[in-house]
Design a protein around this ligand. Structure first.
Ligand SMILES: [Zn+2]
Length: 306
């Protein structure tokens, strides 16, 4: 009956050492665990395409290789997050063409059902019917959406999306949106299209993925202007990201001021380095324990009512 086991043990080569280091990190902060708003689970076929993309990314990132660290089977990946003490995570999935979002959302319902610590995630695309399937997803219990402007190659301010953004703003359901121009720019990436969306939907709970990399300061401007805009830390501040798109030192004080609206994100399993690196990168910003507690757990716990 249960053909999707969720309790498979994490692989030996990491379960021990890495998991205990991650647990020590949040234990030191006195937290009950981590909340990670940016983790990828998607249908096997789609995920292998994503991995192929990263495998071939060298030329786009100036020859920088992007080795996927956690290429385990799905159940093992979820088990590994549990070993790390991630109390809640997401299944960020996204379409690259029309007619795909509804199918992805169907998969995500099933994944959330068999993965109780996953925050039920949905996605959208500018296409006829988007309002209907986003409403259905919210009614089915979606807690968060993912939108990927570069992969989807659409304008987030496309009027086809307007009713969906309105509905999500009214429902208070956050949307993690990859809208910055890193690691590769797209026709509609960058802060300008997002500014147009927010001008129409000022209460929309956008969570700007990767802190808006590389347009960090422009997206911080938007967060300062719109109190429901948040940012996720995904990959930002790690050595890997700093080589590609360094975070400007002069903007660090703004991170302190926005400390209640920055959320831990990791990009697990598509990281080119071990999970712990993201946490260490946040810690070495030296913005204080209170800031770290908020970012690594409390802000997410509050947003999702954990
Ligand atoms: Zn991601």
């Amino acid at each position: 009956m249960n053909d999707h086991p969720t309790t498979t043990a994490a692989p030996d080569h990491r379960a021990g050492a890495e998991a205990s280091e991650v647990r020590r990190f949040w234990g030191r902060l006195g937290l009950p665990g981590l909340v990670d708003v940016h983790t990828h689970f998607m249908p096997e076929r789609v995920l292998s395409k994503v991995w192929e993309y990263f495998d071939g990314l060298g030329p786009l990132t100036g020859g920088l290789a992007w080795p996927i660290t956690y290429r385990e089977a799905e159940a093992e990946r979820a088990a590994l997050l549990r070993e790390f003490g991630v109390r809640a995570f997401t299944s960020m999935l996204y379409p690259h063409k029309p007619g795909m979002a509804r199918w992805l959302n169907g998969w995500a319902v099933d994944f959330a059902r068999r993965t109780p610590d996953c925050l039920h995630t949905a996605t959208l695309y500018p296409e006829p019917g988007v309002e209907t399937y986003v409403r259905e997803a919210v009614e089915a219990g979606a807690r968060v959406l993912k939108a990927h402007v570069q992969v989807g190659a659409y304008d987030p301010a496309d009027e086809l999306l307007d009713p969906a953004w309105g509905l999500l703003a009214d429902a208070g359901v956050p949307v993690v949106i990859h809208c910055g121009s890193g690691p590769a720019p797209g026709k509609h990436t960058g802060p300008e299209p997002i500014a147009r969306v927010l001008a129409r939907h000022p209460r929309l709970r956008l969570i700007v993925a990767h802190m808006g990399m590389p347009e960090y300061e422009e997206f911080l401007d938007l967060a300062e202007r719109y109190p429901e805009v948040r940012l996720d830390t995904t990959m930002t501040f790690t050595d890997f990201a700093e080589r590609l798109a360094p975070f400007p030192t002069r903007a660090l004080p703004r991170l302190t001021a926005l400390g209640d609206r920055i959320l831990l994100g990791s990009d697990f399993p598509n990281l080119p380095y071990p999970y712990l690196r993201q946490l260490e990168a946040l810690e070495r910003l030296d913005l204080g324990q209170e800031w770290l507690r908020a970012v690594c757990h409390d802000n997410g716990a509050r947003l999702f009512g954990l």
